[in-house]
Design a protein around this ligand. Structure first.
Ligand SMILES: Nc1ncnc2c1ncn2[C@@H]1O[C@H](COP(=O)(O)OP(=O)(O)OP(=O)(O)O)[C@@H](O)[C@H]1O
Ligand SMILES: [Mg+2]
Length: 376
């Protein structure tokens, strides 16, 4: 299901008509409905909507748009008005809405309005995935880069990679890029950027994968303010359907706020030593603060696994006390060859065990998150 709709409509008759239209529109589900915006601000969050339909016939609801943008950074706001008005549309768009739809609307009109937003370059749904490792050297960057290529190839959609390994980011080396701007300048300038001007900070790695490269020197990490980075994530997601973030090792204000701003986190571990599992357990203890959403938002992935059998997986799960979402096999020769040739393993051999495991992982997440792969 692609769109979880939160509907705010003051007029009871139109509220009912809108509910009907949403229920009939393929790919749309009504997540919650409110007769006033106060309810939406108070309780709507638990429904994790990604599309808000907001009646703007009242001034009060127009005033609430900036608050909705802050409370629902992952949702697109589409305003509902009785009469089309260019000036009003411009005003709500400045406040953070994506556009307006005249009401009452039918199911095909809703579908068309959302399609029009997408074709104008606005993302109506996007998925931000952070990649995190408590200890490092888990093959995380390799995993991010190959996932980006697999996603772009399968979905034919644009993918952004943000190299947020603040001190020792090496995504530029992985893709052999020579950036003129990096995450440092993007975070510094974010207040004055628009989603369109932001894209010039990215470097194309392939036709569909763009990279916002990491810092040039470790000390530049100090210049990045976590709050600005979270704002940057919000802007990047409005331009790219997929945003993959390669985070620094370990917990910090920066990594935690980035994970909280994302839809999904891959906790990446390698099975190199028994110590690794001890660190992993400590990390999982920290994540327990995420409460009920933990298993939905945090997926544990083991990389460089020699024994990929189910029995071994079960044994590890029991010892760690957390479900393992995927085993990525050890493919040393292929990954080394890729590094030597300045290419990606999944590019050299799309049928390799590593690529197949990443494909499978993304397919398994289909439907649970916004990853839209059809089963093949
Ligand atoms: N599936 C794999 N099979 C075999 N080797 C791998 C695999 N994934 C990564 N590697 C190797 O592991 C090493 C570390 O990879 P990578 O740089 O991706 O890890 P990282 O977790 O990002 O490290 P860092 O903590 O330094 O950022 C590299 O030599 C890489 O080639
Ligand atoms: Mg790395």
């Amino acid at each position: 299901m692609d769109f979880r709709v939160l509907l705010v409509e003051n007029n009871s008759i139109i509220l009912d008509q809108s509910v009907n239209a949403i229920n009939k529109a393929p790919g749309f589900t009504l997540a919650a409905k409110y007769k006033d915006s106060a309810g939406a601000l108070g309780q709507g969050k638990v429904f994790r909507p990604n599309l808000i339909l907001l009646d703007i016939d009242s001034e009060e609801n127009i005033q609430v748009i900036p608050k909705l943008v802050r409370e629902y950074p992952h949702a697109t706001i589409l305003c509902l008005c009785t009469q089309w008005d260019a000036e009003l549309t411009a005003r709500v768009m400045r406040a953070g809405a994506a556009g307006c739809l005249v009401k009452p609307f039918s199911a095909p009109e809703l579908v068309d309005a959302v399609k029009a937003l997408e074709s104008s370059g606005q993302n109506v749904t996007s998925e931000v995935i952070t990649f995190f490792s408590p200890k490092g050297k888990s093959g995380q960057t390799t995993f991010v880069a190959n996932t980006a290529l697999r996603l772009a190839a399968k979905e034919q959609k644009n993918v952004a990679i943000i190299d947020a390994n603040l001190q020792f980011g090496d995504m530029a080396i992985f893709f052999n890029l020579a950036p003129t701007t990096t995450i440092v300048e993007a975070c510094r300038d974010v207040k004055n950027l628009s989603p369109v001007s932001l894209t010039s900070y990215f470097v194309p790695a392939t036709a569909q994968v763009s990279v916002l490269c990491g810092t040039r020197k470790p000390e530049d990490a100090e210049k990045i303010i976590p709050k600005n980075f979270v704002e940057l994530i919000g802007m990047v997601r409005s331009r790219f359907p997929y945003v993959l973030i390669d985070l620094s090792v370990g917990f910090s204000e920066f990594t935690v706020s980035a994970m909280e701003a994302s839809d999904l986190t891959f906790l990446v571990a390698s099975e190199d030593s028994v110590f690794e599992n001890r660190h992993l357990k400590k990390a999982l203890y920290v994540f327990e603060g995420w409460g009920d959403t933990l298993q939905d938002k945090l997926k544990l992935v083991y990389n460089r696994v020699q024994n990929t059998s189910n029995a071994y997986k079960q044994q590890l799960e029991e010892s760690i006390g957390y479900p393992i979402t995927a085993f990525l096999p050890n493919e040393y020769d292929l990954v080394s060859r890729a590094a030597d040739e300045g290419r990606m393993a999944s590019d050299i051999r799309p049928e390799s065990k590593l690529s197949t495991a990443i494909n499978q992982l993304l397919r398994d997440l289909h439907g649970k998150h916004q990853i839209r792969w059809e089963k093949s």
